[in-house]
Design a protein around this ligand. Sequence first.
Ligand code: GMT
Length: 377
Amino acid sequence: MSQPLKIGITCYPSLGGSGVVATELGKLLAEKGHEVHFISHSVPFRLGAFHKNIYYHEVEVNDYYVFRYPPYDLSLATKMAQVVKQEKLDVLHVHYAVPHAVCAFLAKQMVGDNLKVVTTLHGTDITVLAQDESLKDLIRLAINESDAVTSVSQDLTRETQELLDITRGIDLTYNFVDERFYYPRDVSELRKEFASPDEKIMMHVSNFRPVKRVKDVVDVFARVSKEIPARLLFVGEGPDLPKIQCQIREMGLEEKVRFLGKQDEIAQIISMADVLMLPSEKESFGLVALEAMACGIPTIGSMAGGIPELVKHGETGYLAPIGDTAAMADFALQLLHDDALAAKMREACISRAKTQFNSDKITKQYEQIYYRVLQAE
Ligand code: GMT
């Protein structure tokens, strides 16, 4: 290995895919001999037990009476600068431009240009925040002042360049899953708890934000379950959950639908599914579809954002235009009716996850980016 690095990582420690990817990347970098320092307001939820080479620095927010709102961003920037100086960090890798890349920019002003900042764009900072004119200049500054910027899909890169008029280079670094946890497995015993042998299982895993279009999942399921015996399992929680529960009751589907809430053992649970549903309005990547793919489960979803770069239509799942639930239901029925097709897709999923979204390959891409920015002068 080239010279081991000291890397600071900041992410939303409790937030979905970006937090998962940032934490898993930190763990893999630490296993490769780098020293990794997480800097955030709480311990990243996937960090787990003690790991050699991994340190955690908590950001405490000062709540002085002069502040109407406690300034987390300023506390984070200060903490970043302190940790960089104290631990002699080479690189700060921040996940999300807002506020993390902005904080890293401030930290760099405090400690000097030797500190290199790598920013990974995950989607919401661009697809939601960059639509707000009042935030555009700030996001553009954060992106342009980073020493390297990575994006989790080509579609997100394109959208970033178009919306913010960005011309600088953006590296493509797809998300990955840790193959030691996400692999095909036999969960027939667990499956018996949720479905009888003749029933198919459709599953949706998300944070139930409006952007996930969970109502489309219900619509697709209603169409499918009219034709074949099927069950729908929901995993996760979020703002649209009560609305969905109401929709399920109104449609008389309660008997066929289960809500499992937030779960940690996603690989185990996802492996029960015959198909994963991801009909999002926006999705820069769709990490859950990769988690499913690595376990051999195809996805039926929308053509939004980066989903088509991940799910190969007709090979590892099926994609339809956003909101076209009739087409999604037709695809689901085609797949669920045909065991030979399902077996073929399962193999294609396992192989695609291993070759295209391999954790070792993607960790190496990030390492190369760190070495590149450190040799930039
Ligand atoms: O989608 C979410 O609600 C969570 C958000 C996050 O910060 O984890 O997900 C974004 O980043 C993930 C990891 O790169 C991507 O897989 C998701 O597609 C992306 N979400 C959106 O673009 C809406």
